[in-house]
Design a protein around this ligand. Structure first.
Ligand code: TRP
Length: 364
């Protein structure tokens, strides 16, 4: 087990997954799954984490568990190679969280940049749920329960992995070497690191309403691509255009492959040629958007088709989730045993302790 390579990653089930998830994480997960380099891969539907800021809306979380599972299956996450699990159904994770809480200060949680940013966006004012403040600790439990070595996630999750590493170091130095320090695995491509929404403003996110969903239907997808933010100073076709901050080109960076040019836009051999023409002047936004639409349709079409097949067999989806959760629970239970033994809170298994108590009272 010493040199095992184990992946854990996950998503909050608060909506269908979008193409930002796809280029930022899902596509990579499938490659890693197919690489054969990992001994175990766990993908978590983090419903308990979703409830930390949706406590009043459990129905939303409940509905989206199956949506996210369908998205996973449709991009090619294969339950024969990857365990898909539901966080809340593994009580060992909650137990680990509770013990880790003693190793983290309130000040440290308040300094976590992702939490800070989320607090700002959610506008909790003076009613921040304690559970929400503690979700980085619960995420550390998620990761360490499976002794994950590698956590493929987006850039916004970096502070969570850093906090996890701190908890691991603290735990191991206080109680002994039980937990494994995970490494983050970020997308290698800049466009994929933080795909902007179609408005070009910020990261794609459901709450900003600027998403293209993986399951988007073709007409809606085309409409969204056509409405995308480009270069506002590129007024006439003959004007030179800018690539910087031009969402259409950012998406092409994330989705385009050279072979799409032969198929959809034979005027160019590759993206660089198209970009050169655009910056020189003489290439209109509409032509680029048409091409991007073709690229996006080609990317999403097989995903949509597979989703449609899985939608016809919802009992199978539940079976996958149940089996994946059972596999994962076994692993988490073993880690919790190790943790409790290291913390010496395994009273009924601790024969030395029982003997000690017998000795202490032998003259009673
Ligand atoms: N915080 C992650 C997100 O918002 C979801 C998540 C929960 C996660 N537990 C995890 C990601 C463990 C990686 C590892 O997307």
């Amino acid at each position: 087990m010493g040199n095992s390579k184990i992946i854990l990653t996950g998503d909050r089930p608060t909506g269908r997954l979008h193409v930002g998830h796809y280029v930022g994480s899902l596509r990579r997960r499938v490659e890693l799954q197919e690489s054969g380099e990992y001994d175990k891969i766990f993908v978590m539907i983090a419903d308990a984490q979703a409830l930390t800021d949706n406590a009043d809306n459990p129905e939303k979380v409940r509905q989206n568990i199956v949506e996210v599972a369908l998205d996973y299956l449709s991009v090619g996450i294969d339950p024969a190679k990857t365990s898909i699990l539901i966080q809340s159904q593994i009580p060992e994770l909650t137990e680990l969280t509770f013990y880790y809480m003693n190793l983290v200060t309130v000040a440290r949680l308040q300094r976590n940049p992702t939490v800070k940013n989320e607090l700002h966006m959610r506008d909790f004012q003076n009613s921040i749920p304690v559970g929400f403040m503690c979700y980085p600790i619960s995420q550390a439990a998620d990761i360490t329960a499976f002794k994950a070595t590698t956590v493929p996630v987006g850039e916004d999750q970096e502070p969570m992995i850093e906090q996890t590493r701190e908890i691991v170091r603290k735990f191991n130095s206080v109680y002994g070497p039980v937990l494994v320090e995970p490494d983050i695995m970020l997308p290698t491509d800049k466009a994929c690191l933080r795909l902007p929404g179609i408005d070009g403003k910020e990261k794609m996110s459901k709450s900003l309403g600027n998403c293209i969903y993986l399951s988007e239907d073709p007409a809606e997808l085309e409409k969204k691509v056509k409405s995308m933010f480009t270069d506002p100073t590129h007024l006439k076709v003959s004007d030179p255009g800018k690539l910087e901050g031009n969402t259409v080109f950012t998406y092409l960076d994330a989705f385009c492959k050279d072979e799409y040019f032969a198929e959809f836009c034979p005027d160019y051999q590759n993206l660089q040629e198209m970009k050169d023409h655009y910056t020189r002047g003489g290439l209109g936004d509409m032509k680029v958007k048409k091409f991007l639409n073709n690229v996006m349709q080609a990317t999403l079409e097989p995903i949509r088709a597979r989703r449609h097949e899985f939608e016809k067999d919802i009992p199978y989806v539940y079976e996958v989730l149940k089996k994946g959760t059972e596999e994962a629970r076994e692993v988490a239970a073993k880690t919790l045993d190790d943790v409790k033994a290291a913390m010496k809170i395994n009273y009924f298994d601790d024969n030395a302790l029982i003997q000690e108590q017998i000795e202490k009272y032998k003259n009673a």
